[in-house]
Design a protein around this ligand. Structure first.
Ligand SMILES: Cc1cc2nc3c(=O)[nH]c(=O)nc-3n(C[C@H](O)[C@H](O)[C@H](O)COP(=O)(O)OP(=O)(O)OC[C@H]3O[C@@H](n4cnc5c(N)ncnc54)[C@H](O)[C@@H]3O)c2cc1C
Ligand code: FES
Length: 267
């Protein structure tokens, strides 16, 4: 079912590979690098590109900034590792922008990021900052070494809350433990999140319990990236409360690449 909140704009150009050259590489934390590319991309925060390395493979990556285009990549497996091995001056091939991005609403927003989820939310935070929208950010990771972009969010004036599983930085425990305090302190008009599916499912219940609109970017296994192969249908496990199951991404056939990756929840 098409998402009623978004105008579909996957174009033929979005299905064609284009070569980009790496102009700068920044180490963000132990396992994460940001690649700056030599061209801008007309896109919105929350959209993604399919990154292809000939002979290695192709995977989706969120857009972390669009002018110039930047990608923030965690080194976890074959393709992300190969991307970490590239030097400035080398080329990668991209299709995109793909998917439906976030839509900014209200005067105060709360962002919640697990792992690489900080990348698309940093792009959104920059847009919120430029529009004079107040920001607070919850960052969750396994340990201090995996926390991503905290100083960059602070430089945009955001109040940053941090949790780590091992307690090496911020509050010990899951990111969901940060949300009640952040909601009470900031009274957000909308909650934006990107992270593992289980984290988003927990945040969805929190948003519903607090009556806050929410926009979440979901992760799924992608192949074509343009709604043809069906491999990215979002399949959520476990019982969700009736308060959240009316949203489109809970229905069978919701394709993360075409209908998402961002889904929209209204209380
Ligand atoms: C819409 C979308 C946007 C994405 N945006 C980004 C992004 O901006 N930055 C980014 O780094 N990745 C992003 N990803 C994930 C990315 O597409 C790849 O899945 C990831 O880079 C791993 O691919 P791989 O081939 O290197 O390793 P794989 O062989 O796919 O994975 C190796 C192992 O690492 C685990 N793993 C996969 N991803 C992660 C992770 N993020 N953290 C910890 N363990 C993991 C896998 O379960 C597996 O066990 C995005 C995915 C989607 C669907
Ligand atoms: S990745 Fe092929 S339909 Fe989404």
């Amino acid at each position: 079912m098409k998402n009623p909140h978004v105008a579909y704009r996957t174009t033929l150009a979005a299905g064609t590979h284009r070569a980009f050259t790496i102009t700068a590489i920044r180490q963000e934390n132990e396992r994460t690098r940001t690649l700056t590319l030599n061209q801008p991309l007309d896109c919105s925060a929350g959209q993604f590109v399919m990154v292809w390395l000939p002979g290695v493979g192709e995977k989706p990556f969120s857009i972390a900034g669009n002018d110039p285009l930047t990608l923030t990549i965690v080194d976890v497996g074959p393709i992300s590792h190969a991307l970490h091995g590239l030097q400035t001056g080398e080329r990668i091939w991209l299709r995109g922008p793909l998917g439906q991005g976030y839509q900014l609403k209200g005067q105060q927003v709360l962002l919640a990021a697990g792992g690489y989820g900080a990348a698309p939310l940093y792009f959104l935070a920059q847009q919120a900052y430029q529009s004079g929208i107040g920001l607070s950010v919850c960052l969750g990771a396994r340990s201090a070494a995996d926390i991503l972009l905290a100083p960059a969010f602070e430089a945009l004036g955001a109040r940053v809350y941090i949790s780590t599983d091992d307690g090496s930085l911020g509050r010990q425990g899951l990111i969901t433990g940060l949300l009640p305090d952040a909601i009470t302190a900031q009274h957000p008009d909308c909650l934006y999140a990107c992270g593992p599916v289980k984290m988003l499912q927990a945040l969805e219940i929190l948003a519903a319990a607090n009556g806050i609109p929410a926009q979440f970017s979901w992760e799924a296994h992608m192949r074509c990236g343009i709604g043809l192969c069906g491999s990215c249908e979002l399949i959520l496990s476990g019982e969700a409360p009736a308060s959240v199951t009316h949203t489109a991404h809970h229905r069978p056939g919701w394709l993360t690449c075409l209908d998402g990756p961002v889904s929209f929840y209204e209380p």
